[in-house]
Design a protein around this ligand. Structure first.
Ligand code: HEC
Length: 153
């Protein structure tokens, strides 16, 4: 009886996974939204499109950055993320949410979610030369055939 209940639970989980076409969600939606609204949205705008000439979009671009090892670090170390009041776990959560909801096409299929431990180990020091690091990452992406992230926003 117990075995059967377990089997049913596992099948149900697999079915719902297949139905949504996604793996176990790597973020807590409600907490991520709250963190986004209070700590990121004011600059990056509600839907993550940014402000032309001032604030880069996070939509359809972060997924490309995190495909590079240095890009994965970059995303944690830009001042807005690194210096935010968010705990390591909260920053990991909101980054996973931005990747999951605003970058479904651009993120690598096999992307490992950010964890609190990873954020704790890498978010500091905040970058002081964002533009230079960003330009280098964009060159690397272009060498990999990815031209989707604009150099100027
Ligand atoms: C005070 C405004 C402000 C806030 C708040 C802010 N950002 Fe930013 N963000 C920027 C600006 C401006 C840049 C461009 C780089 C720079 O000058 O720091 C940027 C760049 C980024 C980038 C790099 C994107 C790219 O294409 O270069 C990421 C990732 C990012 N921010 C994430 C976040 C996250 C996550 C939060 C919330 C925890 C956040 N930011 C909060 C203004 C902000």
């Amino acid at each position: 009886m117990k075995r059967r209940a377990l089997w049913l639970a596992v099948s149900a989980a697999m079915l719902s996974c297949a139905a949504t076409g996604s793996h176990a969600q790597s973020y807590d939606e409600a907490r991520a939204r709250q963190a986004w609204v209070l700590n990121c949205m004011g600059c990056h705008t509600a839907d993550g499109s940014g402000i032309p000439g001032k604030v880069p979009p996070l939509r359809d671009s972060l997924g490309h950055f995190v495909s590079l090892k240095d890009g994965r670090d970059f995303v944690m170390r830009v001042p807005g993320a690194s210096n935010s009041a968010l705990s390591d776990a909260e920053l990991a959560n909101v980054l996973n949410w931005v990747l999951g909801t605003m970058n479904p096409q651009s993120r690598p299929a096999s992307l490992a979610p950010y964890t609190a431990d990873e954020v704790a180990a890498h978010r500091r020091p905040a970058l002081t030369d964002v533009a230079r690091v960003r330009a280098k990452l964009i060159r690397q992406l272009q060498e990999n055939g990815v031209n989707a992230v604009p150099e100027h926003y």
